[in-house]
Write a protein that binds this ligand. Sequence first.
Ligand SMILES: *[C@@H]1O[C@H](CO)[C@@H](O)[C@H](O)[C@H]1NC(C)=O
Ligand SMILES: *[C@@H]1O[C@H](CO)[C@@H](O)[C@H](O)[C@H]1NC(C)=O
Ligand SMILES: *[C@@H]1O[C@H](CO)[C@@H](O)[C@H](O)[C@H]1NC(C)=O
Ligand SMILES: *[C@@H]1O[C@H](CO)[C@@H](O)[C@H](O)[C@H]1NC(C)=O
Length: 480
Amino acid sequence: MKNPVGVCEVFILVMLVPFMSSVNGIGANWGTQCSHPLPPETVVRLLVDNGIQKVKLFDADYGALRALSKSGIEVMVGIPNDMLATMAGSMKSAEKWVSKNISDHLSNSVNIKYVAVGNEPFLSTYNGSFLRTLYPALTNIQAALVKAGLGAKVKVTVPQNADVYESSTSAPSSGDFRTDIHDYMFQITKFLNDNGSPFTVNIYPFISLYIDSNFPVEYAFFDGQGTPVNDGGTTYTNMFDANYDTLVWALQKNGFPNMGIIVGEIGWPSDGDRNANNEYAQRFMQGFMTHIAQGKGTPMRQGPIDAYLFSLIDEDQKSIQPGNFERHWGVFYYDGQPKYRLNLGTTTAGALVPARNVRYLQRKWCVLKDSVKMDDPSIAQSVSYACALGDCTSLGYGTSCGDLDAKQNISYAVNSYYQINNQLDEACKFPNVSTVTKDDPSTGTCRFGIMIEQYYAGADRRLGSGGLLAGLVLLLLTVL
Ligand SMILES: *[C@@H]1O[C@H](CO)[C@@H](O)[C@H](O)[C@H]1NC(C)=O
Ligand SMILES: *[C@@H]1O[C@H](CO)[C@@H](O)[C@H](O)[C@H]1NC(C)=O
Ligand SMILES: *[C@@H]1O[C@H](CO)[C@@H](O)[C@H](O)[C@H]1NC(C)=O
Ligand SMILES: *[C@@H]1O[C@H](CO)[C@@H](O)[C@H](O)[C@H]1NC(C)=O
């Protein structure tokens, strides 16, 4: 500490050298659907330490944007789907949104470069709810940006699921926008193209494998040994390239041959499904990083690929309606610890750098009592209650805790509930079932987590544990 200036200079040098070697760098999605988010300053430090130069946010999260001030990190700010109708309905609302959520942060040295209008708004599960609001929302936000003098600095885009385009054959060269939404897609894409904005797409080989058990596993990876797809002499050995080029063909076919493309999300979950584990996630992510590090692009698009990893950190409050894997997309666990070795090509370490100064709760867990009788009727009720309000997505066939026996299973469930409720004594009072221990129940790949300290974002305070605990009291009353 004698020479802080020197230390600082070394730090800056170490951080800058890798930045200069790659033009586009790598981005990451920063989602905040967590019961215990890491403090935004910790996350920004994590991004910087890992040489991640771009971040994508799903809304204009005030704490995140404030923490990104002066970091130099390039930011894409999202407008959630449920705000599209408002943005579409009035120019005033769009102007207010831009003023409060873009201009104010730009003045505070946040390097905002994109506004993502909606998030996969044409996903079939939305039943077309956003088909009519997306375009007017997009044009209003664009007009508001121009009015604020930001037309050149901040670009709009729309992150789309890769199912907005399709190929009538298995070959990318047959690519076009999906027939049922073709006109909507054309209108939006033309507007983006006219305004010098990129097309943003989320590409998920994992989901292809998840929904289709006949999908050739090897084709999902970049080092796969599967049969290549031959497209008029061009061979495709991995799904990513083929999918990306299907978009390139679709854009070309509709008159946008030079439009920029951003891969808004790319990733592989590490738990919650038989194909979601650290081994596959590591293989996919490292394969992708190595693939894009060469700067060669895809057969149809030479050059660097602009991409955002999905995701930075696990989110334990995400809906599991699409599947239990939803809460396990992070390259880091909830506490900012790396899940596996991943060389992003941005640090001298050649591996992920963990979050610093993470504050954990005490080393204690809530587990099944030794004296418990497995035929006690309160067990089933306790487990379903704990799993509904905690997180049991690491239990089940092929998951990290899939090998637990019935008793360990129950311990896992009640512990999850206990940790999410900040280890409050009342959260381990499942009648006749649970007790607190200081012996780590973790086994093999199954990690019984210790929660991190709750971070309160000032005014933007989340629902605390009060609501959940009131529920357990009710459960106790019903059982007793
Ligand atoms: C700014 O963004 C936040 C988060 O998405 C949203 O809740 C808020 O309504 C926005 N502010 C305005 C003025 O639109
Ligand atoms: C879409 O339609 C299905 C079936 O009609 C319905 O269950 C679901 O709630 C709808 N979803 C939305 C977002 O409207
Ligand atoms: C453990 O729990 C999971 C998820 O509820 C279930 O699928 C599995 O069968 C259970 N295992 C045992 C041994 O009870
Ligand atoms: C708890 O165990 C005691 C003794 O075995 C039993 O009498 C009581 O009914 C149990 N309570 C519940 C809620 O299962």
